[in-house]
Design a protein. Sequence first.
Length: 260
Amino acid sequence: MEWIDTHCHLDEESFTQDCAGTIQRAVDAGVKTMLAVGITLDSSRRVVELAQKHDSVYAIVGLHPNYVSAANPGDWEQIIELMRAPKVVGIGETGLDKYWDYAPIEVQTEYFHRHIELSRQLDLPFVVHCREAEAETLAVLKKQAETGPLRGVMHSFCGSAETATACLSMGMHLSFAGMLTFKKNDLLRQLSTTLPLDRLLVETDSPYLAPTPFRGKRNEPAHVRLTAACLAKSRGVSKEEVAAATTRNACELFRLPARS
């Protein structure tokens, strides 16, 4: 079986000492491709460097909503330049976050629109972070969808059925992370069984959100198979079916090359 971790933060400090080993463990576990996601200009530069260094790593670059207020003049223009670098396959992560009080929602919203508009210009998918801001996130997506279907993914999805339906209707994909495996999340697992398999992805968001039985420990891309196994069990299908579908979906959305 082959897996793709569609969202990880391999440039985080917790991977500094063993990033190469972490990547190799993932490859050994069948995770043939990892999408490393930037959250600031410096972080985006680091994930581009990782993608250049490791065959199995690709980069997604952008400014996370929590950090848009800290962006310096010229940072956005440099992000745009990074998006043209080899092995950059997506834009983000962008979106809205009302849980942390790091950036005014108005500034987050402005940058959210910027990322989506740039994704259209460059024909790259965008990655959405949404935390305690479903209504506001949907409002931005619906506004952007007025000009055509959206090519993007709701990362680490844990929203409502209504939000899932709305996102799918606009052309979005939904990605599940380790939270799908948490004991308390019966409703999320139930929701996952109602969604079209051809629009689903799996991710780790590592080093965060480690799935059961590693909850509370550092997450890493090798663990994406545990979330995928939970998705397969919930849907009553084989892990092989989920692996094939989510890998195919990721390759199509991010236009990843086939790997042997």
